[in-house]
Structure formats: C-alpha cells, structure tokens
Write a protein that binds this ligand. Sequence first.
Ligand SMILES: [Zn+2]
Ligand SMILES: [Zn+2]
Length: 327
Amino acid sequence: MKAAVLKGIRDLVIEEVLEPTSLAPGMVRVEVKAVGICGSDVHYYQEGAIGSFVLESPMILGHEVGGIVVATGEGVSIPVGAVVALEPGIPCQHCRHCKSGEYNLCPDVSFFATPPVDGAMTRYVDHPAEYTFLADGLTPDEASLAEPMSVGVYGVRKANIHLGDSVAIMGAGPVGLLTALAAESEGGRVQLFDVVKERVEFARRLGFEARLFGETGTEYDVVMDCSGNKNALEFAVGHVRRGGKLVLIGMGTKEGMQLSGLDLCLRGISVEGIFRYANTFPAAIELIRRHREKLAEFTKVHISLDELPDYLSTGRYKESLKTIVDI
Ligand SMILES: [Zn+2]
Ligand SMILES: [Zn+2]
C-alpha cells in the first residue's frame, strides 16, 4: 500500500509500505479515506521538527483521519463498514495524567505523525477501538474534522464558558473558526479577530462576528488565543476583563508568548494553557453533525496522495482553509 513518507526536510516521498497483517485483540483495522493537512504536518515537512520532536527516521505524515472500518479484532463492538474518526494519540493509561483523565498530558503518549510514530496517510491503519469513534451519518471527510474540532472543544471546556459570556478569539484560521463554533455552542457571544482581511470576510460569510485585528474591542469575559502571535497575545491580555480567563491554544515562539505575571495577578486573570485534548471526540463529532453546512467549507478542497509532495513544496496548501488528502 502507498504512504506519504517524510524522509527529511522537504523530502516527502509517496512509496510502498507493508500492509498490516494479523489484527490484535481490541484493535480496529480502518481503511483510511480522508486525512486533513494540518499545520504540524507542514512544520515537519519544512523544518523536520516541532520543538523537541525531531524527525530522525522516515515517518508517515497525517493525524486528522476519517475512514471506514474493514475488520475488527477480538472483543471489539464497532461494526465493520462504520465511518469512524480516529483519535491520534494513544496514551500509556498508567501514569497519573492518564488516571486523572488528562491523558493529553501523558509523557508516554504515542501520537500519529509525531516522531518517531507514523501517521495515517496510508491505506490501512490498525488502531485501538477505545480511540476509534463512530461518526454515524458523517462522511469520512467530515469525520476527519473531529481532530481539529477537538482542540476547540477542549479549549472551550477549559475556558468554562457560560451562557451569555463574551468571548474573543484571536486568529480566524481553521482552529480559530472551529473554536468559535464550540464557544458559540456553549452559549458564548463570540467575536473573532484576524490580521488577514480575507479571513475576517470568510468568517463573516460563515456567520460569525469577526473583526480586523486593530479595530478596538471592548473587554471580554474570556479571550482565547488561537494564533500564538505576539501582537495578538498582547491584545488578548489587554482585553480580558478583571477576573476573566485567558486561554492559550495557539503555539508561537518563546519570545512571542511572554506574559506579565504581575499584571495577571493584579487583575485576577486566570490562564489556561491548552495542549491537545482529552475525551473530546464524541462532542466534536456531535458538533460537526450539527454544523454540517458551515463545515462544508472545510472539506471542499481535495488532493490525491500522489499530489501531496508537489502540493507541499509549492506552498499551494496556503490557498485553502483546509485541504483533505484522499487516500
Ligand atoms: Zn491537526
Ligand atoms: Zn500516561
């Protein structure tokens, strides 16, 4: 079977890899249909690393996965033929983080397309049933959105948004928009901000209230940064109300993400740092189901696996909000 194998910086090859053979108990064999291209795939392609995760041997890309179950191991109740979304991180299940339910913080997690673990841009993937979620009524394309949607769902849970809370979201890229959708579903009154005019207009077309960054905002109960950008973060801190909440989702540079502890202290602001997500897939799938029309914009650009190397090297992925690789 073919796979998108990253061999080094800007060296992505579509090549044959071995098909899986026997299926272990508790595992599901999924025929991968759709994998969304994520910023992290692009980072590994361009830089060969994200922070302390460094590509040291060839690795298959892709972690936003929708597919169809083709076989199940012993003890699995998910039916063959079901459309599923795969949660890409498999935690150790034994450490204190796993036991407390915050398994996104597990130091021994094995996560698709995070070195040295292979991702899912290939035909078949064997995955634990526990981290495989039924996406009844959704297409595999839509199911692949459950992963980025999970980031928004988790951020919104940590933000503890209440009905009527004002929420500013910095960054109107895919994660910002999905976070906005999750925040609205909790009853938040959401305003999105972005520096790019087209993104603001696009967010408005989707029905969100959106502003060009720099237009003055008021104070918000919750500000969620999905950009990791220095200016956005400064704005975010400056526009959380006293006693409000600042939620950090986007990851930028060390220098760009400095905060003043004294200011936070004096204004009684609490800060939530968000790393991935835990226990979010059923909620993410339900949100996708409810907002299918809006989300159609996220699944309309498709390329084939063979087109991927060229698509990344020419930077064409930048032209669309989200690109789905058809496997
Ligand atoms: Zn992603
Ligand atoms: Zn663990």
